[in-house]
Design a protein around this ligand. Structure first.
Ligand code: GRF
Length: 195
């Protein structure tokens, strides 16, 4: 399975995928590219260290969002991608790409969807909302991407305990370690074995 990973930040989920391919947790898979909208994303360094072709494609480098959308889709196709993985990617996926890659784009979201998801719920904001609500359990969800935001068919979920003294940062870290970094490789492996 030829996998292209889209990133915007530190790339810890990308690193979990790289390590899982290298240690055999993910089978029958080749990471063919990493694309970031953010030239400063440390995820790009992780890609380079792993000898994965890395590209910066940012909306601000294009005259319009439509031209950016076409450039992103063109690069994904140029890499002969079978599966697109959104790993902390903070730019909306173009509708044309959702349709051309129907059931071939997956996303990791750091909550138990349908809680704390949708427009405005990204990064630490997800965990701030969970703590503000006083939930005793949160977690992560990996799902297929459809036309909505965090609305596609759910593939896997994993619950994570919320502790009394949690801050958004400590909760984020636990959800990444105990859920995100396990669910995303497991979902890629499941798709690779069914491909
Ligand atoms: C984190 O907030 C994570 O919960 C979410 O994307 C953000 C960046 O993660 N999935 P990463 O370290 O860039 O993978």
């Amino acid at each position: 399975l030829r996998v292209t990973v889209l990133v915007s930040g530190g790339g810890t989920n990308l690193q979990a995928i790289i390590d899982s391919v290298n240690n055999g947790t993910i089978k029958n898979t080749k990471l063919v590219g990493v694309i970031s909208n953010n030239a400063g994303a440390y995820a790009l360094e992780r890609a380079k260290k792993a000898d994965i072709p890395a590209f910066v494609i940012s909306p601000k480098d294009y005259e319009s969002r439509e031209i950016f959308n076409d450039a992103l889709l063109a690069k994904v196709k140029e890499l002969d991608t079978d599966l697109v993985v959104l790993a902390g990617f903070l730019v909306r996926i173009p509708e044309k790409m959702v349709h051309e890659y129907s059931h071939r784009i997956i996303n990791i979201h750091p909550s138990l969807i349908p809680s704390f998801c949708g427009v405005g719920y990204y990064g630490l904001k997800v965990h701030e909302a969970a703590l503000a609500k006083g939930v005793k359990v949160s977690g992560a969800t990996v799902h297929f991407v459809d036309e909505g935001m965090d609305t596609g068919e759910i593939i896997f979920q994993k619950a994570v305990e919320v502790k009394e003294d949690d801050t958004p940062e400590t909760l984020q870290r636990r959800i990444m370690e105990e859920a995100e970094w396990k669910l995303l490789p497991a979902a890629i492996n499941k798709i690779a074995l069914n491909s």
